[in-house]
Design a binder for this molecule. Structure first.
Ligand SMILES: [Zn+2]
Length: 538
């Protein structure tokens, strides 16, 4: 147990010690004293924990699982620069097999041989000496006392700098391996058990249709497209050096140039963007335990449908109508359990026909994209969209140059642009029969190798802007604009200012004219751009 603990200290905590050392004078004795103290503290505390938990029957199987788990953890931490906090672990646990497959590349094999197979071979060589119970207990107590004393001495020696480091950089504890992922797994499981014990809290019980519903002469459709991993920095409409949105640029869409995401991963962002209280008063437990915008709309009589091309709606559409593109299996678009995003538009015409048959009616259709889901950006678009070349064609990003990675990423954005533009065009064609609107917003951004960071999911407080700033686009048909009394020039002005996921809930309520006490006018992006009907109270 002690040997394993020292092995982890030396092999699995490179990022932790690199972060501790950053900003400290490398040549000074105080720095090395601090690092040595921390090293003793980490190894002794881990050994003490193992001494409490393991016995002669469990020691080998449990250490085997932990050694393999730790080797996997260090591989992804080192390669992608990720922190294994509860939010990241939730993402890992909820990812589907197709997503996971893209992360398991051949370069994992040598890493596992060195950091898992070799130590396991040594572990299983160890002969366990069986002592009588009383003597074994005495031995165990002595070993435990020794490691605890060692940990306590080390803690006392480094207490001052250690406590200030942990206060100022709370996220550092999620680099101490394997404690980080074990703690995070436990915390996610505890939260899920608490959540499972209670039904989802209903919200917006007072939701009713607003007065505009009675004056409607055409059915009204809002399509909300939830993007994936698209970052604002590479969005053509935001002024990126490359035109990654050529088709949208030709359409009368309104682009919101500075939109802040609620989280840096899907598990956080998705529930948050559909909640009345988003990032400004973030409470994960409350958001996960409550119903979403979709339930509020449904309560007022909006027909809600969720079509998913990713890892599901994360509870946002629980109990409501939903379907999955993989199970629809549109011809020519799916392979290996994943589909290109055009599958989201499969039989859209039939859906629109049905909607048109209704004399009045309000529908919200949510399309959840696979978007720019990494690391295999090149799998997110068909060959015709490989316009920026050479594009990285490997699941293992380390085998590509940063330029190749960016090329593949930008090609995937071109495909998103195409999807959104086709959707708007098809809605435009029905403008005489249907009032429609489209809102696109991505769930979070992405790191493409800047500062050696890849993918996303950094703790929010220290995440770079590229992971937090997302593109957002809005379009409304002339009829929808009229019935919502929307001044588009005004909205264009509003789009120049900042916005965030927090605005989504209230803006959708405003545009669809659903009344509830949950609605906050200040968070409705369109509120100041909707003219009041004549004679309405101010
Ligand atoms: Zn996501």
């Amino acid at each position: 147990m002690l040997a394993t603990s020292v092995f982890w200290l030396l092999s699995a905590n490179r990022l932790f010690f690199a972060s501790v050392l950053s900003g400290r004078a490398a040549g000074e004795a105080a720095t090395w004293g601090f690092v040595a103290g921390l090293a003793v503290l980490v190894a002794a505390a881990q050994a003490a924990l193992l001494l409490c938990l393991l016995n002669r029957w469990t020691v080998k199987p449990v250490l085997t699982v932990l050694i393999v788990g730790t080797a996997l953890a260090t591989y992804f931490m080192d390669r992608l620069g990720i922190y294994l906090d509860p939010s990241m672990l939730r993402n890992v646990v909820r990812s589907n097999p197709a997503e996971a497959r893209e992360l398991l590349t051949l370069s994992l094999v040598p890493h596992l041989l060195l950091y898992a197979a070799l130590p396991l071979a040594l572990l299983w060589q160890v002969r366990i000496v069986h002592r009588p119970l009383a003597r074994a207990l005495v031995w165990r107590a002595m070993a435990l006392a020794a490691t605890l004393a060692l940990a306590a001495c080390a803690l006392l020696a480094v207490f001052q700098p250690f406590s200030s480091l942990m206060r100022n950089h709370k996220e550092l504890r999620y680099l101490v391996t394997p404690a980080n992922y074990l703690w995070s797994i436990g915390s996610v499981m505890a939260a899920d058990l608490r959540g499972a014990a209670q039904p989802r809290q209903p919200i917006g019980l007072d939701a009713t249709p607003g007065p505009s519903w009675a004056q409607q002469n055409k059915p009204r459709l809002m399509v909300l497209v939830v993007g994936e991993t698209a970052r604002a920095a590479n969005w053509g409409l935001n002024g990126y050096a490359r035109q990654t949105t050529p088709e949208l640029a030709r359409l009368p869409v309104i682009n919101f140039g500075a939109v802040q995401a609620c989280g840096t991963n899907t598990e956080v962002s998705l529930p948050c963007m559909f909640a009345p209280v988003g990032r400004r008063d973030y409470d994960e437990q409350r958001i996960r335990g409550s119903q979403s915008l979709l339930h509020v709309l449904a309560r007022a009589g909006v027909d809600v449908h969720w079509r998913d091309n990713q890892s599901g709606c994360k509870g946002v559409c629980e109990g409501l109508s939903s379907e999955n593109v993989v199970s629809i299996n549109p011809p020519g678009l799916c392979s290996n359990g994943q589909c290109l995003d055009e599958g989201l538009l499969a039989d859209l015409d039939r859906r629109l026909d049905r909607l048109q048959a209704l004399p009045s009616g309000n529908q919200l259709l949510v399309l959840h994209m696979l978007g720019n889901h990494g690391p295999s950006y090149f799998r997110r678009y068909p060959a015709a969209f490989e316009r920026f070349k050479p594009a990285c064609q490997n699941d293992d990003l380390q085998r590509c140059s940063q330029q190749e990675i960016v090329n593949a990423y930008d090609n995937a954005l071109l495909y998103t642009d195409h999807l959104l533009a086709s959707l708007v065009t098809r809605l435009q064609q029905r403008a005489t029969q249907l009032d429609s609107a489209m809102i696109y917003v991505s769930d979070h951004g992405e790191s493409l190798g800047e500062n050696r960071l890849f993918l996303h999911g950094m703790p929010y407080a220290i995440a770079p802007d590229v992971q937090k700033q997302v593109p957002m686009v809005m379009w409304t048909s002339a009829g929808f604009g009229q019935s919502a009394r929307l001044d588009k020039d005004c909205l264009r002005q509003r789009a120049q200012q900042g916005a965030s996921h927090d605005h989504l809930f209230h803006s959708v309520l405003g545009l669809l004219d659903v009344r509830t006490a949950l609605y906050e006018r200040a968070l409705d992006l369109t509120a100041d751009c909707r003219r009041r009907p004549p004679g309405a109270p101010s």
